[in-house]
Write a protein that binds this ligand. Sequence first.
Ligand code: ZN
Length: 220
Amino acid sequence: MTYQHCVADDRPAELPLGKVVCIGRNYADHAKELNNPIPAEPLLFIKPATSVVAMAEPFVLPRGLGEVHFETEMALLIGQQLRQASEADAAKAIAGVGLALDLTLRDMQSKLKSQGQPWEKAKAFDGACPLSVFLPPEQVGDLQQLQLRLTVNGELRQDGNTSMMLNKVLPLLSYISQFFTLEPGDVVLTGTPAGVGPVQTGDTLRVELDRFLRIETSAC
Ligand code: ZN
């Protein structure tokens, strides 16, 4: 099925699908669990539009490429162009708040990192970015006070709060826009809390953004 951004009630949003800009190691506890230092500056990478699928549909895991890890993240849908934007402009440009799985070929990423190569193949493959519906930001309230939860087959695996982000949403959007113009329909992933781990074919995942969103999906 062709992906289209959806706002609450599953109505299609009037925004085209663009790129997805992501930040690595934006929660100290997650950086620590992978034995990574906390970066002095935000560590950015991009997933292309071709990596996006609807989270509500079962997602297909790549085969024969090693472990695929889930990373549960708050996703922001951009509604207005941001180029070298201030935090005030960034605040006005958030059109929706949702959930993402930043699926990662972890074995491949570790190998690429050890060879000093870019992570692209490990993060930007087809299907690497399941996205939920988006809620209007006013419905969600304070973006830095949201609990992110993931259960796999009923077992709680990730349970973190957006208050623990090292780079908060508005400075992050402003920072990103110094390098990459964010266009209407682009999405920003804000990093994952601790608890990441492998996902296997047949797993059922329940992904929650506080009391606002609860998506059930599965890996196939
Ligand atoms: Zn991530």
